[in-house]
Every structure is written in structure tokens, then in C-alpha cells.
Design a binder for this molecule. Sequence first.
Ligand code: 2DT
Ligand code: MG
Length: 211
Amino acid sequence: AIAADVRRGALIVLEGLDRSGKSSQCSRLTSFLHTQGLSVEAWRFPDRSTPMGKMISSYLSSQMDLDDASIHLLFSANRWEKRALMEAKLRAGTTLVVDRYSYSGVAFSAAKGLDLDWCKAPEAGLPAPDLVLYLDISAEAAAERGGYGGERYEKVEFQKKVEQNFKSLQDSTWQNIDATQSIDTLESIIRGAALKVVNDCHSGRELSHMW
Ligand code: 2DT
Ligand code: MG
């Protein structure tokens, strides 16, 4: 048999502060790509379903305290435990729409005072996103939307520091999108950007690695 030349899927990451609208846009984008006949899955980090993810979840709900460096490494390990599956899916042609990734990992931990480069180090070698859609909203405007769930980090002063860190992580794969636009406007901007990168990946764009 002739080996099929599978066109790889795209790794598309949505990032932003809490209440920026990431989760709604992830599910809208996943449904849309599906209607286009593409193989697509919605993922999110932290992945709370694994044993490490369960520890992270109890840390976030303040049921458990952990040293700042330790929890940082645990968030990273939670991505590493998914690396092989992520790469296998991408190479088999599935596009992944991911709600948060290494950028959240670094932005949140560094907001506690950990060194930014130290925070980036354990992410090195993970699959690099083909596109990072940053839903840009100020911490104040996000807080005005209400609906912080009461998890650790969901406080405006902390989110302001996270916002600064996100901005210092921007690279060539980032697209900043004004997240104060209507949900439908955002959706159409995101659709366009996603279709373009899916096409790039189908036409041979190589999978690369962080950073
Ligand atoms: P959700 O509200 O999206 O479930 O996120 N976080 C996330 C980190 O501190 N490090 C990470 O590596 C990741 C992926 C952001 C839960 C919170 O966890 C933070 C918000
Ligand atoms: Mg949250």
C-alpha cells in the first residue's frame, strides 16, 4: 500500500485573562471547523482529568496549598503528560483548539514573583502553537463582566500582573484580538485566522517546538 501523505492538523491556542471569552470562542471555533469537514478537537489546560490535573484542581480551589515553584512545575508536567498524544493527533491530521497553554503557565506563575525565564524553561520542547489568539481585554474590564468563580487568581490586582506578563510573551505566532468586541465579531475574526493557519499546516508548515 502507498503510505498516505497525511496533512497535519494545526495547533491553535486561545489565551487571555479570566473572563476574556476564551472558553466560548474555543467551543464556537471547534464547532465551526467541524462543519467545514475538518478533524478537530477542543482541548484545555490544565487538563483536570488526570491525577496531576486533580492536584492542580484542588490547588486552584484552595483545598490544598503548594509551593509556587512546585505548582508551576505541576502545570507544566500536566502539559508534558499530554505531549505524545498532542503530537500524534496533529500528525494524524487533527486540528487542536486549546484553551490556555504555556503562556498562561508562565504569565500566572511569574505574577507571583517567580523569574520569567525560570518559568519558561520547563515548557521548552513542547509542541509550539501554529497560532496564538490572544483575547485582549484589560483586567479592569474583565472584572466588570462579573462571574469570577472564586478560584485562586480570580482577583483584579493579580490579573493586572498576569496581563503585563502575557504582553511580554508575545511572539510571531500571536494575533491580538480586541476582546471587547461583540461575541459574533470575535467569532468571525477567529474563524478567518484559524482557517488560514489550518491551510498553512495542510500545505506543509512544519510542526515546531517551544520556545
Ligand atoms: P481555567 O480557569 O481556564 O480552568 O484555568 N493556570 C493555567 C496556571 O496558573 N498555569 C497554567 O499552566 C495554566 C494552563 C490560569 C485555571 C487557572 O489556572 C491558571 C487560571
Ligand atoms: Mg478560571
